[in-house]
Design a protein. Sequence first.
Lengths: 430, 314
Amino acid sequence: MAAVDAPRIRQERRRTAWRLGLWIAAAVLFAGLPTVFPSGTALTTMSLMGIMIVFALSYNMLLGQTGMLSFGHAVYYGLGGFLAVHAMNLAIGDRLPVPVIVVPLVGAAAGLLFGIVFGSVSTRRGGTAFAMISLGIGELVASSALILRSFFGGEEGVTTNRARLLRLFDWNFGPQLQVYYLIAAWCLVCMVAMYALSRTPFGRMCNAVRDNPERAEFIGYSAQAVRFIAFCLAGGFAGVAGGLAAINFEIMNSVNVGAAQSGSVLLMTYIGGTGSFIGPVLGAVLITFLQLMLSDATEVWQLYFGLLFITMVVFAPSGIAGILMMHAPLWRARVLHRVVPAYLLAALPCLLGLAGVSLVIEMTYRLTVKANEGSAFRFLYQPVDAKSAVPWIIAALLVIGGFWLFRRVRPIVADAFGEAMLVARRKGWA
Amino acid sequence: MLELVSVSTLNGLLYGMLLFLMASGLTLIFSMMGVLNFAHASFYMLGAFFGFQLSHWLGFWPAFVLAPLAAGGIGALVERYGLRAVHRHGHVAELLFTFGLTFVIQELVQMVWGKLPVDYRVPPSLDFTAFTVFSTNYPAYKMFELATAIAIFLVLLAVLTRTRIGLIIQAALTHPNMVAMLGHNVPRIFMLVFGVGTGLAAVAGVIAGPALVTQSDMAALLGPILFVVIVVGGLGSLAGAFVASLLIGLVQTFAVASNASLAGVLGPIMPGAPAAIRDLWDVTVAQVAPVVPYLLLVMILILRPAGLLGTRDT
């Protein structure tokens, strides 16, 4: 018996070693990033990314792993953050010996508690009913936030000062670099915890409830109980993210529990990919980066986000991670280079179409909202006058031409991918 | 007091009927296609803005007809070329598609008409006082809104129960596969229902636009209340949507009109506010009004998860 299992055990050990190596690499990466990008903007961006990674991963415990589409996940993030702020203010006021490092635990407790309270009424049903109930609870909390002023601080929110808490080894967490390390450490701990959780029997039961709740019930598990536990835990991790946000921004206001924040985490998670653990991480990093970068470049950046989201839903419902995973067999079989020329060919019509669409959007924006500031502006370093006909014709040509070329190129890309996949399959990698 | 009650009842009925114009389409679409149209309130907003623009160009009455047609047409196109393509990825993808659509429609509306309210006015032909209740002048435009909503409700009822297409729609609600087997083009019925449903939401937008504020956040404000309506009424139940619309319309209107607060009620018995509820002490019912529909939702979920008149669990 032992002799038969030996190769499998060896394989399992190799996988474990490989995973451990990945986590150590992630830790080294987190520790080394400030050395590579030492600027203030980079530190702020990376801190925000760390918070959003935790938030998006907690959201994916619901959407990706248990199949629960929530439109109110920011409730647990926001309430976690608010309680963390109040806890910090209490510690400052009463001079309690509480270091900043443990503040996210307050957020976790708050997220877990509210997860239990709201989860008990909302997880009775899955699917669309759950989605609507989560939306209702989100709105309930968001509109209560404007009434309960002494807790939520009204429109201005509640502020705190992280540097006045107990010092640890001469770190007062005033400078952004120290806050970055705090967030990175918590982020890594949460990532490991959530990954480990997804590998437990409970994590597998979540998958079973997602795929077929009826069969999960037949083997003796209550789908409602599984949903409830997953919901509470996701709330707890969202609370950690909220606590980290409270430390990072030193302010929490009612926007943090609102629909926009809930929508934003849904966008991140879905665009990153709900099918694998790494997806939400990619989504959080990419969307945070795009939000900061696009909001500098154009004022209608949310429109681009909406369009990107719809494009992903229609063409790539498995997200960025899903697209990458699709290429894993090609990579292992060392035939990835065969699809590169076709992809480069497909990039051209996509870029043309994108340029055309964004030219139309920017010109419309100049003619409507910004009408009193004149119709001339710069697009891709070119001066453009939205009132003349030429740029509109160019934009139309770009959109139509890009679409036509895309239709022509699509079979070529499909063929190239199919052939490469065939080779990979022959080599035994798919 | 009697004046307040009668005016609030009228306003509540009006608001409830407007809600029902939207909720009826939403619940029909949901029970037929299993798709919760997140963007339903966005079509209401499109209706209001189309109505504003067309009445600016052509006058109110052409806009009253054309704006819902335009918005419903867009709705049908969205179903035909968007939702149908996403359908194979499952219900979550469909829901997310309509969720993305709310973003895009809101941003497009902001891009074209800006973030500030537009000047969408009551047409002069309806700008007079219909009757006077005690001392309150009740505007004719509100009576027109109420009449339109009731007329559409009656037409909808007649179409659903008295015509052939209505019978097919009713059959497709419960047994879509059987209807397809009998040779009816179910995808086309879906497109029709989606187009008519979004068109009805747009009618609500066109007639409510001048009375309320026509602004780019009107969809985001109303959308969640619509979901409350159909959950409270029972998912997929048209009668339930009707009852819940009127209920929420009346409750919210009466709450807005009330100045009662804990301080006012308990003040004579208790001298000061207990520390734990100091926030709630001076808050009037009117200020709590936005929370009321969601509280109702949570109550219903605890007491009767299938909704008031709902029969099925999703």
